[in-house]
Design a binder for this molecule. Structure first.
Ligand SMILES: Nc1nc2c(c(=O)[nH]1)N[C@H]1C(S)=C(S)[C@@H](COP(=O)(O)OP(=O)(O)OC[C@H]3O[C@@H](n4cnc5c(=O)[nH]c(N)nc54)[C@H](O)[C@@H]3O)O[C@H]1N2
Ligand SMILES: Nc1nc2c(c(=O)[nH]1)N[C@H]1C(S)=C(S)[C@@H](COP(=O)(O)OP(=O)(O)OC[C@H]3O[C@@H](n4cnc5c(=O)[nH]c(N)nc54)[C@H](O)[C@@H]3O)O[C@H]1N2
Ligand code: SF4
Ligand SMILES: [Mo]
Length: 736
């Protein structure tokens, strides 16, 4: 059989590496980094081989599944499955209205062209206020802080890592995660280059992560105290006359408000809470201010905590006060080729963001960017009364492992009147579904990173056509989404998908401000996601076409990031809002935390691992083989105090639940903190994950408490969870 080589962007994480994939017939024979990729230059991580393993995984769902009379998920035709969805959803909507159907949209949608284009159409057709996504267990605090400061939820500055000389990283481990809200393949190489050109990388993390090991200096920080530390840095800049916003000052509202806000947070005041010496904090502030080009960058650790929005805001306050926002080598705004609402510069003025247009029924938490916090999902299902959620649609999500208090959430899922999932596995979430509609293998669909290329450290555009033809019986995911939209819109199980698609294309052209007719003619005869992408490219800032990208299989480099202020702003004032009212009103809560006495309580944080991807790549043997990675990291002093042994087991108990996990004693974690990765716990009834159940691990989200959220964003607190640890003696390893 003749071998052909295809080039395809890896869909698994935000680095968007280019892969070179050799195919013989319908078999993948080799996957390696595409040396000519304009952004990744051949870099890849071990997860890349997952495209082959996932494609071949016998457990991957390939036909629709419908729960039969015996309660089993059994193969069905697409027509049978959609008839069941129509019956199930119609029943619930008839009884309880549209809000009785909730939707949960998971992380892989951000890497999926089909769902980036058609997911919003489906949610609009559904018309429910109960929309939940993985964003509220992730980056919602950053979206809120940037939305308030810059006017758009994706107007997030990224550190210009290739030109900066000083990078301050908090709560991110890009050497394991490969970067987040930061599209930058090969962060190890990029961090090393900073140091090689005489620059400095400083990391604050309660663990000595791989990134910390690569840094010039690393400080342990008590989980949840980043906002205190960042405020202390702001305090020092003012106190020592080191603020230098330069021309940014003319673009800012609220600059004068910052010094008094930072006043209570002197390094000496925050030091005991952060467990960092005041002198170190002062030095870090001075060095940040002195660096010619510097950027502050915070990620998961700064978001999934009690003060997520405050910390996320302070990161960019520091970028402004040091004059580094929007300058080369600082924190800059990408100009994406397609899909960005701010790609074309305006005069800075816009509508700003809207939040709190509705509230969750039970806890009254505010909506943000059209969604409610997923920490509320279980109570919206299990609390009776008017407006109760009785049906759920999940799109590429595994909330049973990714959302807090999974025990309660899973009980709630089990109690639903109807549940439908679009997914590639029967896993901890989809085992509760009445209907599972399969997605396709990544090799069977086209790819363009509409979301991630908006956060890239270089302006790049890269399209990959499908590597393999659609396998027999498969249905492109976008057609599944539109058919679901038809059901949701009340058009029954056989809505005219192509008519819907025409409508979506027309809307894209219209919203771009163009005359739709000639534009639609120009992109004919393309249909589906390719047509949508072509329309977005043509109306984008570089006026590219999909033909251009098809002719450039390694991507098109559109150059380094360029200053974009004030044109990227969409705030009502047309200026950067440095002290937005909702954020300022949250500062007293932080002051109160400063007054809390340190109680020596053990707290739990997570960690990411290179060969894992949230909850869902554990069924791929090449990635999970080897020693158990779902271990509890414990510092030697804590291990001794709790009577734990390396290789033994610990029972971890929080306000929400209890799990057992193997103990790994290490001084790579700070005293008083323990770490367990999330996304494990596969050994449960009804999953069809033969490999993952053999590497089951423990589900850390049994411990996360759904009542704990960052109030401004509704983001769940997944780090800094108070826990107790005790040895488990009766589960000693059985001798061979
Ligand atoms: N304790 C703790 N919890 C966390 C985190 C943490 O750090 N600590 N991190 C949080 C973060 S950042 C995130 S993003 C969330 C992730 O939360 P989720 O998005 O809910 O979970 P994933 O594990 O990414 O699950 C993805 C699902 O998509 C399916 N899938 C994969 N590819 C496709 C596809 O092409 N099509 C379809 N239809 N389905 C597909 C998989 O089978 C799986 O069911 O978890 C969050 N939860
Ligand atoms: N290999 C792999 N790559 C991934 C993923 C994956 O699961 N596996 N998931 C993807 C997703 S969905 C996302 S969102 C990104 C996330 O990307 P990152 O944000 O880089 O994620 P982590 O590697 O979890 O790094 C978070 C770090 O924060 C630290 N931390 C915890 N609590 C605190 C705190 O209170 N303060 C501070 N300063 N630090 C704290 C943790 O010890 C950890 O080292 O990764 C993406 N890439
Ligand atoms: S770093 Fe991310 S994008 Fe690159 S190969 Fe690994 S998983 Fe894929
Ligand atoms: Mo995430």
């Amino acid at each position: 059989m003749e071998a052909t080589t295809a080039f395809r962007t890896c869909p698994f994480c935000e680095a968007t590496c280019g892969l070179e994939i050799v195919v013989e017939g319908d078999r993948v024979t080799r996957v390696r980094g595409d040396a000519d990729d304009v952004h990744s230059h051949g870099f890849l991580c071990p997860k890349a081989t997952g495209v082959k393993a996932l494609h071949e995984d016998p457990d991957r769902v390939r036909t629709p599944l419908v729960r039969d009379a015996s309660g089993r998920l059994a193969p069905a035709t697409w027509d049978e499955a959609f008839a069941a969805v129509d019956a199930g959803l119609s029943r619930v909507i008839a009884a309880g209205g549209r809000d009785a159907v909730a939707a949960y949209v998971g992380n892989p949608n951000a890497h999926n062209l089909d769902s980036m284009v058609y997911g919003p159409a489906l949610l609009r057709a559904l018309g429910s206020k109960n929309v939940y996504t993985a964003s509220t267990v992730d980056q919602m605090p950053k979206q809120v802080s940037c939305g308030l400061m810059f006017g758009g939820g994706l107007t997030v500055p990224v550190p210009d890592v290739d030109r900066c000389e000083h990078l301050l990283i908090l709560g991110a481990n890009p050497l394991a995660s490969n970067g987040s809200l930061l599209t930058a393949p090969d962060m190890r190489g990029r961090l090393r280059a900073i140091r090689a050109r005489g620059g400095k990388v400083v990391v604050f993390d309660p663990r000595r992560s791989r990134t910390a090991e690569e840094a010039s200096e690393h400080h342990f920080i008590r989980p949840g105290t980043d906002a205190l530390l960042l405020f202390a840095l702001v305090h020092v800049l003012f106190e020592e006359g080191l603020t230098a916003p330069g021309t940014l000052a003319d673009l800012c509202e609220g600059l004068d408000a910052l010094e008094p806000l930072a006043a209570p947070f002197a390094p000496e005041a925050v030091a005991p809470a952060c467990e960092i010496a005041a002198a170190q904090i002062r030095r870090v502030a001075r060095e940040l201010a002195a660096a010619p080009r510097a950027a502050v960058y915070g990620r998961i650790g700064t978001c999934t905590q009690e003060f997520g929005t405050l910390a996320s805001w302070l990161v960019d306050v520091l970028n402004v006060l040091t004059g580094n926002l929007d300058r080369p080598g600082g924190a800059m705004f990408t100009r994406a080729a397609a899909g960005s609402r701010t790609a074309h510069d305006g005069d800075g003025r816009g509508r700003g963001i809207r939040m709190g247009r509705w509230h969750s029924r039970v806890r009254g938490l505010p909506e943000a960017f059209g969604e409610l916090p997923v920490a509320c999902l279980a109570e919206e299902i299990d609390t009776p009364g008017e407006g109760q959620v009785r049906a759920l649609l999940t799109l590429a999500g595994n909330p049973a492992r990714s959302a807090p208090n999974s025990a309660r959430l899973e009980r709630a899922l089990e109690s639903l009147d109807f549940m439908v999932s679009v997914d590639v596995y029967v896993n901890e979430t989809t085992r509760h579904a009445d209907v599972v509609l399969p997605g396709v293998s990544p090799l069977e669909k086209a790819h363009y990173d509409l979301a991630l290329l908006q956060l890239s450290v270089r302006n790049v555009a890269n399209y990959s056509p499908p590597v393999l033809a659609l396998s027999e019986g498969a249905q492109p995911e976008w057609r599944t989404l539109l058919r679901l939209a038809g059901v949701a819109a009340g058009q029954g199980p056989d809505a005219d998908v192509d008519a819907f698609d025409d409508l979506v294309a027309f809307e894209i052209a219209r919203r771009a401000g163009a005359d739709p007719a000639p534009l639609l003619e120009a992109v004919a005869p393309r249909r589906g996601p390719e047509r949508a992408l072509d329309l977005m490219l043509r109306t984008g800032p570089y006026e590219l076409t999909l033909d251009d990208l098809e002719a450039a299989p390694h991507g098109i480099d559109l150059g380094p990031l360029e200053p974009r202020l004030p044109g990227v702003l969409r705030t009502p004032s047309g200026r950067i809002e440095l002290a937005p009212a909702p954020i300022v009103e949250d500062v007293p809560r932080l002051r109160a935390a400063l007054a809390r006495p340190a109680n020596g309580q053990l707290v739990l944080v997570g960690r990411r691992q290179l060969r894992s991807n949230n909850s869902w790549m554990h069924n791929l043997e090449p990635l999970v083989k080897g020693p158990d990675r779902c271990t509890m990291h414990v510092h030697p002093t804590d291990a001794e105090r709790c009577g734990l042994q390396d290789g033994g087991r610990a029972r971890v108990t929080s306000a929400a639940g209890t799990v057992d996990a193997p103990v790994e004693i290490t001084d790579a974690i700070m005293p008083g903190v323990v770490s367990l990765p999330h996304g494990w716990g596969h050994d449960v009834d009804g999953v069809e994950l033969r490999v993952a159940t053999r590497h089951a691990g423990a589900n850390s989200n049994l411990l996360a408490d759904e009542t704990q959220v960052d109030p401004l964003s509704g983001n769940a607190v997944l780090n800094g969870i108070p826990v107790e640890l005790a040895p488990v003696h009766d589960a000693a390893p059985v001798p061979a």
